[in-house]
Design a protein around this ligand. Structure first.
Ligand code: FAD
Length: 470
């Protein structure tokens, strides 16, 4: 059987692995990129892009329906096959982009196979090939978790890996999991005319740590589908449907075409043989990873992307791939990188965003300023005047530290806040920046102003009074 030698072996050719390979090769390392499929990244095949394509179709249907607010009457005619065909056609273009990048890799870098460690820097692939490297980057991503009670539903059980393959839109779906992935898909399906109910054994949605914002989000989403929290589930399969039984904070049963499980994505570590590496593993089989170097302990092993279970979003997979690839190439001369301000966005309508790091408890060290949208100028004009933004700042001077946001276009204002936090800006400094009228960004001013009032910051001669229409 062949034996391959390299400086840096990367396991997994998703976003994190592709970036790690490029980063290590740019620094002169001889790289080997191993993947069990080379089918494209999760983002393009079954993640960000197909889910946003479904959301785009739902937004079009919703825009037609709500046109009557503005005196325009129309009813959407939803062609489920056409919706799914367009989704797959556009999705496949993104996948083709990944394949084109893979095809440009230098000869000998790509290797198809499922890898398992046999030691800290040695691997065995399922085709019998053995690999020895100076350092290894694990970028194996995550996979859907299916609760045991729901496992026997055959093809009536959907996950993000199968839902986008449906030939047409179903007529009813029970969504299991009130995290961002479940909520995005539930709302999109509902707005495309699918009867949707959502279930979760926990008692919060979207993992939000701000109860007031969570309440606003729940109320808004319940316009499109019902949400059952704090429930245990059991299910049985009939010929072409599933009956779901729930007990707990509410009780009931319902029949659905499909069950869509979006109940978390644990790291993909199965069969990876981490036990042979000598790393200390926690009860979930995960080593501890230094987020500033992506190194596992002091070993020549690095992790990047969803597999480290820290910030499971695309731009962080890219950032971590870059850090891991660079440090793997330079091992043992590992350098630290300051990580970006955390930013997570959920593409429901209205969108939800969490920026920065929430204070552990809203105690005397922090202040919180709120912005409401009911009377906000731009939001009223476009009839999007629902939402709540809570911005957190430290009491000593008003430096911005976190924001939890639900409201019109918060995906954009969340970026501005993340950038302001990266610059270490205070609420007062943000208020000294231009705010065009009438925009959603203006709607954030009340939150910044109340932070300024609450903190012991020097007085400004800026006019912080109310301006009609904003
Ligand atoms: C439905 C959905 C919607 C999402 N929407 C967004 C969004 O809007 N914005 C956002 O920022 N993020 C979003 N995400 C998250 C984002 O897609 C992930 O953070 C990102 O794709 C993670 O990339 P990765 O490189 O860690 O993993 P992946 O892209 O999954 O790559 C892992 C690779 O490793 C391979 N592999 C695994 N084990 C082995 C092994 N033993 N040997 C060889 N190869 C192996 C796999 O086959 C795979 O190719 C979404 C995710 C989902 C599921």
């Amino acid at each position: 059987m062949p034996h391959l030698q390299c400086d840096v072996a990367i396991i997994g050719a998703g976003t994190a692995g592709l970036v790690a390979e490029r980063s290590a090769r740019r620094r002169g390392a001889k790289t080997l990129l191993i993947d069990d499929q080379f089918a494209g990244t999760t983002c393009t095949t079954a993640g960000c892009m197909p889910s946003k394509l479904l959301i785009a179709a739902a937004a079009a249907a919703h825009a037609v329906r709500r046109a009557r607010i503005f005196g325009i009457s129309a009813q959407p005619e939803i062609d489920g096959r056409a919706v799914m065909d367009r989704l797959r056609k556009e999705r496949d273009r993104f996948v083709a982009g990944v394949q084109a990048d893979l095809a440009k890799l230098p000869e000998g870098v790509k290797h198809l196979g499922r890898a398992a460690f046999t030691g800290p820097t040695t691997l065995k692939l399922d085709d019998g090939t053995t690999v020895s490297a100076k350092a290894v980057v694990i970028a194996t991503g995550s996979r859907p978790s299916i609760p045991p009670a729901l496992r026997d539903l055959g093809d009536r059980l959907l996950t993000n890996e199968t839902i986008f393959e449906l030939p047409t839109l179903p007529s009813s779906v029970a969504v299991v999991g009130a995290g961002p992935l479940g909520l995005e898909l539930a709302q999109a399906l509902a707005r495309l005319g699918v009867r949707v109910e959502l279930f979760d054994k926990g008692d919060t949605i979207a993992g939000l740590e701000d109860a007031a914002v969570e309440q606003v989000l729940t109320t808004i989403l319940e316009d499109d589908f019902s949400i059952h929290l704090g429930v245990d589930l059991a299910a049985s399969r009939e010929a072409d449907s599933v009956t779901l039984y729930w007990t707990g904070d509410s009780e009931g049963e319902g029949r659905f075409d499909y069950l869509l499980v979006a109940a978390g994505r644990p790291p993909q570590l199965d069969g990876l043989g981490l036990g042979t590496t000598g790393l200390d593993l926690d009860e979930h089989g995960l080593p501890s990873v230094d987020p500033s170097t992506m190194q596992c302990g002091s070993a020549p092993i690095f992790m990047a992307g969803d597999v480290d279970h820290a910030r499971p979003v695309l731009h962080e997979a890219q950032a971590e791939g870059n850090i891991a690839g660079r440090n793997a190439a330079a091992y043992p001369h590992v350098t630290r990188t300051r990580r970006m301000v955390p930013l997570a966005i959920m593409f429901t309508d209205p969108s939800m965003a969490v920026v920065g790091t929430m204070p552990k408890a809203p105690d005397e060290d922090f202040v919180c300023g709120s912005a409401f949208y009911e009377d906000q100028g731009r939001a009223k004009v476009f009839a999007t005047n629902r939402g709540l933004v809570n911005i957190y700042a430290d009491r000593q001077g008003g430096r911005l530290t976190a924001a939890v946001m639900v409201g019109p276009a918060v995906e954009h204002s969340a970026h501005l806040l993340a950038w302001a936090m990266e610059q270490g800006m205070t609420a007062s400094e943000v208020l000294d920046m231009p705010f065009y009228h009438p925009t959603y960004e203006e709607g954030l001013k009340p939150a910044f102003r109340s932070i300024c009032k609450a903190v012991s910051a020097p007085a400004s001669d800026r006019d912080d009074g109310f301006v009609p229409g904003t």
